[in-house]
Design a protein around this ligand. Structure first.
Ligand SMILES: Nc1ncnc2c1ncn2[C@@H]1O[C@H](COP(=O)(O)OP(=O)(O)OP(=O)(O)O)[C@@H](O)[C@H]1O
Length: 315
């Protein structure tokens, strides 16, 4: 079972540049969360702060009673064992074949025998659909395969928390869908807590249990998927529906002139909320809520056509 990550009042600047301030949210144990936001809003900085690679000026990141933001190096080393991380480019060693890349954390951090290492590596390679590619070098395979190899490597130490930075960058929509399915199946199998940073609106709409969005140096919203997909909040509505009308412009925020030019323009209606993607087993994951449950519990009427199986992006 994954562990909860509780973020309280987190603030980070580089010099005089505030990246984001007063960010508070909880990644619930075992759930899949997605963090969205226009380019440059500090999503990668947020991931790095969660594993203590970047120190915030203020705030806390609580994991099993340890505050990553203020703990000692020794405590940090211990807590980091709970994490698996997939960086944007897969961060593979170019001169090592995939087998050795995936085996690397086991050889570095454990005293396991080579035969134990082999069985773990092959198990994870199978989970991400890479059996048969063990001898290939990272430069000889596609971007999608590199991401899956990175995922296999992030899993070998059985992490309780998995951080994934832009799994879809550079992938076509079909490969993105495959990778999403792999992550959902892994969440079902291991129950780790997932945080996925993405720009892909379809991924954000169909994969996670919760969605957050960083915008304009703060956390604009964080909550259950159905809450954000039914939200009328302009920034959330514009981003999750990939629309041009709204407060977000090319340079993050539109200026007064741009906003005035849009005054009176009618916003398109909210599109239907798709069904959340299921694991390959076809059963709900342990932390997955039935379609429409959040809306019913909160008296929210979802947009017409919501939760019908034929919605684009749903299975
Ligand atoms: N180590 C650093 N020192 C100084 N500034 C940094 C550092 N790391 C990131 N930044 C700045 O922080 C801001 C946020 O960067 P970050 O990469 O987190 O954005 P992002 O939301 O992940 O963007 P994208 O979606 O384009 O990947 C950028 O302006 C970046 O230049």
């Amino acid at each position: 079972m994954g562990v909860e990550v509780r973020v309280e009042g987190l603030t980070k600047s580089f010099g005089s540049q505030l990246i984001w301030g007063d960010v508070s949210l909880t990644l619930p144990a075992g759930e899949i969360c997605v963090m969205l936001g226009p380019s440059g809003t500090g999503k990668s900085v947020f991931l790095k702060t969660l594993i203590g690679l970047i120190k915030p000026e203020r705030g806390h990141v609580w994991i099993e009673g340890t505050d990553i933001a203020t703990c000692s190096e020794r405590e940090l080393y211990e807590v980091r064992r709970l994490f698996g991380v997939l960086f944007q480019d897969g961060a593979m060693f170019g001169s090592m074949n995939l087998y050795d890349n995936v085996a690397f954390p086991l050889r570095e951090h454990t005293k396991k025998s080579e035969s134990d290492i082999r069985s773990i590596v092959m198990e994870k390679m199978e989970m991400v659909g890479l059996v048969g590619a063990e001898k290939k070098l990272p430069g000889e395979i596609s971007g999608g395969m590199r991401k899956r190899a990175g995922l296999a490597r992030a899993l070998v130490l059985d992490p309780q928390i998995l951080l994934v930075d832009e799994p879809d960058s550079g992938l076509d929509p079909v490969r993105t869908s495959f990778l999403n399915q792999v992550m959902i199946d892994l969440n079902e199998a291991f129950g780790a807590t997932f945080l996925i940073v993405t720009h892909d609106v379809n991924t954000a709409r169909t994969v996670p249990d919760n969605i957050g969005m960083l915008y304009h140096r703060h956390l604009a919203m964080f909550g259950p998927r159905e809450m954000l997909l039914s939200s009328e909040e302009p920034v959330i509505r514009q981003f999750l529906n990939a629309q041009m009308i709204g407060p977000i412009g090319m340079s993050e925020e539109k200026d007064a002139e741009e906003l005035a030019a849009e005054a009176g323009q009618e916003l398109p209606p909210l599109p239907p909320i798709p069904i959340q993607q299921l694991p390959s087993s076809g059963m709900l994951r342990p932390t997955q809520r039935p379609p429409g449950e959040w809306c019913r519990e909160h008296g929210v009427v979802p947009p017409p056509g919501s939760f019908q199986t034929n919605t684009v992006g749903a299975r």
